[in-house]
Design a protein around this ligand. Structure first.
Ligand code: GTP
Ligand code: MG
Length: 599
């Protein structure tokens, strides 16, 4: 028996046991929890800064999966990033008064050059992002901008592209309000309502991505914040560029996610210079005891500069002793939580790899968004660092699962390397990080799995994965023997000796596995896959993906509860589960209290 069929049989046996002991346990979850309950339980899905965006430019379209896939087919990851960065350099961020005339505002700005795009959003006040056609307009605008007169305090005369619009005289209340659109992610209750209006699980998962993904405006704002930060760091390193990486650019970003930034001092995308035999010049530099020490010292001064002189930057923390030293701060005008790192080229390459995966097939993004949302709803992941699985690890797990499909939905990393051209060659700190950049070179066999099937089999796959002995390796696209005794081993895609999930402890992994088993089992119940009709009180029982977001009866304490729970043997867990079920006239109903207490 192959590992897979053995694992599958093993899983099915467990599923049968569960089915026998609680034939209606899933049904009880289906019928017992109304929408209201779900909303309440999962309200804290992702504590986000409340922000609203409005685009007044009809040409700025929301980034839907398919549109994005079409628009990037001809462009490389690097070309897209460079284009966005260049747009950000031609942009300004302006705080606006409560009432103002959009027309007058634009007429005023147009004196400095053509306004290419603009949009408004709300973040404790109205803000406008304005992109000019030419960079010269920024210089002209800055020339006509004054420093504020500050009473009782003194202003740091740092002239950035974060500005305030002063409206003389009494503001008329007759100005039409610009179209401010809500841009923070909807709460789980609203998401669930949307999902319940769909007709299939596939439609639900597509809708989830469309609802949660970063919009074009949000991405522009992220690049603008990086560009503004670059101006500050430029005081020390005039040639530097601050580039976003992680979920801002890897195609898996959800509204409200943090902005991960790299301080690029030596041209991440620059070709390594070949040493000729003729004359050449070298910069004279200071040296430090190690790369890490140099990175720490650079981040420490930049962090201090951001703290003391960076307009809008608050709560600056230098977290320099971490494995990956960072400066963390909040950028108030945008509402973004920012993590600034330096000397982290590999992370940018990981972002490019995930971006490639996200654009090879739209189902990849739908599956990643749904698994991330499911994990967050069950506190498998958290925005606080700890012993839980991170979104990055979870995404790599989805990639690995999709490499295992037959036919495979995603290529291995080794295959991406084979397809690379000479200009894709990339070696970072001795690690060969080469991957093909031209998406059109990647040919895949046709896989016709539905999203419903993929989601169900994802849960089955990891509900029965031999985590105790196997490592997840997306370079080979195969399980490999675990080289060390950590609970979860996911080989770092570009640094083979490292484990990206070293932080995960056995208890968190066990919760993940149990939830996968429970969700796989739920998706095997036919009735859960079909849209349910409204009940007499108007509520609709969660079905499909919405049902998977309901609090788990079986899983123990998650991220929220740090109290150590004694691990119970499986038999007593089953007994507790049975105790939490109450049979009433042939219908099984979960005791609300016991279900709640499992959160
Ligand atoms: P969000 O949770 O939406 O922020 O997802 P994210 O992908 O941005 O994750 P996070 O902010 O935690 O990390 C940013 C990026 O850093 C990731 O996308 C990875 O490229 C990289 N990264 C994060 N954790 C690790 C890790 O443990 N090892 C390595 N090599 N890279 C990591
Ligand atoms: Mg991030």
């Amino acid at each position: 028996m192959s590992i897979h069929s053995h694992r599958r049989a093993n899983f099915c046996a467990r599923v049968r046991l569960k089915s026998a002991m609680a034939a209606s346990f899933g049904v009880c979850r289906l019928h017992f929890r109304s929408l209201g309950g779900l909303d309440r339980f999962c309200h804290g899905l992702e504590p986000q800064t409340q922000r609203r965006f409005t685009s007044t430019t009809p040409t700025i379209k929301a980034q839907t999966g398919s549109k994005t896939a079409d628009s990037v087919k001809s462009k490389t990851f690097q070309a897209i990033q460079e284009e966005r960065r260049e747009q950000a350099e031609r942009s300004v961020l302006i705080s606006c008064p409560a009432k103002f005339s959009e027309k007058k505002f634009l007429d005023f700005l147009s004196k400095h050059g053509t306004v290419n795009k603009h949009f408004f959003y709300n973040s404790f006040g109205a803000y406008a992002v304005v992109e000019f056609s030419n960079k010269e307009s920024i210089a002209s605008l800055k020339e006509s901008t004054g420093l504020p007169a500050v009473e009782h305090e003194a202003a740091v005369p740092f002239k950035s592209r974060l500005l305030s619009l002063k409206w003389p005289g009494i503001q008329s209340s007759n100005y039409p309000t610009p179209n401010f659109k809500e841009q923070s992610p909807p709460n789980i209750g609203d998401i669930t309502k949307l999902l319940l209006q769909k007709h299939s699980v596939d439609e639900q998962l597509q809708c989830l991505t469309e609802t949660l993904q970063l919009t074009e405006e949000n991405i522009s704002l992220r690049f603008l914040v990086c560009s503004l930060l670059g101006d500050i760091a430029g005081a020390y390193f005039p040639e530097c560029i601050i580039r976003p990486f992680g979920s801002t650019v890897n195609s898996f970003g959800k509204l409200g996610c943090d902005v991960d930034m790299i301080l690029d001092l030596d041209g991440i995308y620059a070709r390594s210079q070949k040493k000729g035999s003729g004359l050449s010049l070298e910069y004279q530099v200071k040296t430090g005891p190690s790369e890490r020490a140099v990175t720490q010292s650079i981040l420490s001064v930049v962090g201090k500069c951001v703290d003391q002189f960076g307009p809008g930057c608050v709560g600056v923390q230098n977290i320099l002793q971490a494995r990956c030293p960072i400066v963390r701060f909040a950028h108030q005008p945008s509402g973004f939580q920012c993590d600034l790192t330096a000397n982290n080229k590999v992370a940018m390459k990981s972002s490019e790899l995930l971006f490639l995966c996200g654009h090879l097939d739209p189902r990849v993004r739908h599956l990643v968004f749904s698994v991330r949302c499911w994990a967050r709803a069950h506190s498998i992941t958290s925005s606080i660092p700890g012993a839980w699985i991170t979104n990055f690890s979870l995404t790599v797990m989805v990639v690995f699962f999709l490499q295992q499909r037959s036919p495979a939905m995603l290529p291995t990393l080794d295959r991406l390397k084979e397809l690379a051209g000479p200009s894709d060659k990339c070696v970072i700190e001795g690690n060969d990080c080469t991957i093909v950049s031209d998406l059109s070179k990647i040919a895949l066999q046709k896989n016709t799995d539905t999203l419903e099937k993929l989601l169900q089999e994802f849960f089955e796959f990891y509900g029965n994965f031999p985590f105790n002995k196997a490592s997840i390796n997306i370079r080979k696209g195969k399980e490999q023997s675990k080289p060390e005794a950590t609970a979860l081993h996911i080989q770092n895609p570009f640094e083979a000796t490292l484990n990206i999930s070293k932080n995960v402890n056995a208890a968190q992994l066990e919760r993940f596995v149990k939830l996968c088993q429970e969700s796989a089992w739920l998706l095997q119940q036919k009735e859960i896959l079909e849209p349910s009709s409204s009940q007499s009180d108007g509520s609709v029982s969660p079905w499909g993906f919405a049902a998977l977001l309901a609090p788990s009866v079986t899983s123990g304490a998650g991220v929220k509860s740090r109290r150590k729970k004694k691990t119970e043997p499986a038999s007593s867990r089953i007994k507790n589960l049975l105790d939490s079920l109450k049979i009433k006239g042939g219908e099984t109903v979960a005791k609300k209290g016991s279900a709640n207490s499992s959160r």
